[in-house]
Design a binder for this molecule. Structure first.
Ligand SMILES: Cc1cc2nc3c(=O)[nH]c(=O)nc-3n(C[C@H](O)[C@H](O)[C@H](O)COP(=O)(O)O)c2cc1C
Length: 229
């Protein structure tokens, strides 16, 4: 059993902890391109001391093989607990298992569609549905382009059910130099939605570089004057 869970359970049974102290987040990986988002997410969550529960769809395993050098064992090793996609009786399939919510990174159209309808066929989509019914936070990093009306309707339906659609769309105003910089910013903004702070986000109006850039652009456009710089 995972060491941290064993430690927490022991503390509960001994009455040392009135409530859970460690935050938990579920991470789902579906078969859209962009496994790197989940990898970085899991790394940042570990740094932030958030307990992670991972479930990967079969197509997600395929994209992992296409897009990374990482073995399935190593990918699963980034999480505190990892589940089989077929195990619909796992802890995360029940609302009584408390979590902050779930991120699907990346989220395929197929997975989005299951979540939008509530007709779930795997542990990944069941866990997402549970997060919604418990009114917890569900963030879907939907990745497809271009989009037809059915895709857009599914995004609307998922949003109406309480999900947050957060497509992995890069921001260029941060002065990113590498793909890693772009990925970090995107993933950091997703973690913002859970109020999980990391150093991954370069925030507009904060830090020397971005504050100066913001000021310079405002001055150039006549929204501000140089005297205030
Ligand atoms: C290399 C590769 C990239 C893919 N990229 C996407 C994508 O960006 N978006 C998407 O919706 N499906 C994509 N697919 C197709 C999905 O993997 C496929 O629809 C699958 O059934 C999704 O199942 P899942 O949602 O259970 O993971 C891709 C497939 C492969 C092999």
């Amino acid at each position: 059993m995972n060491e941290s869970i064993t430690r927490d359970r022991t503390a509960y049974s001994e009455g040392l902890l009135p409530t859970r102290t460690r935050r938990r987040l579920i991470v789902g990986i579906s078969g859209a391109t962009g496994v790197v988002y989940a990898i970085r997410l899991l790394q940042l969550l570990r740094e932030a001391d958030v307990e992670t529960h991972l479930v990967v769809s079969k197509p997600g395993e395929m994209t992992r093989a296409y897009e990374t050098e990482m073995s399935m064992k190593d990918l699963r090793g980034l999480a505190d607990v990892s589940y089989s996609i077929a195990d619909v009786g796992a802890a995360i399939s029940s609302g009584s298992f408390k979590t902050m919510g779930m991120v699907v990174a990346p989220c395929s159209i197929r997975t989005l569609s299951e979540i939008a309808t509530g007709v779930t066929s795997t542990l990944l989509t069941r866990a997402a549905d549970v997060v919604l019914k418990e009114r917890r936070r569900l963030v879907l990093m939907v990745r497809e382009t271009p989009l037809h009306a059915g895709h857009l309707k599914s995004m609307l339906a998922a949003t109406e059910n309480g999900a947050i659609i957060a497509p992995p769309v890069p921001a260029f105003y941060t002065g990113a130099q590498t793909i890693d910089d772009l990925v970090d910013h995107t993933v950091g903004r997703v973690l913002d939605l859970f109020d999980i702070d990391t150093d991954a986000v370069k925030r507009w109006g904060e830090g020397d570089g971005l504050r100066a850039l913001g000021k310079a652009v405002r001055v150039a456009n006549g929204f501000d004057n140089a005297a205030q710089m």
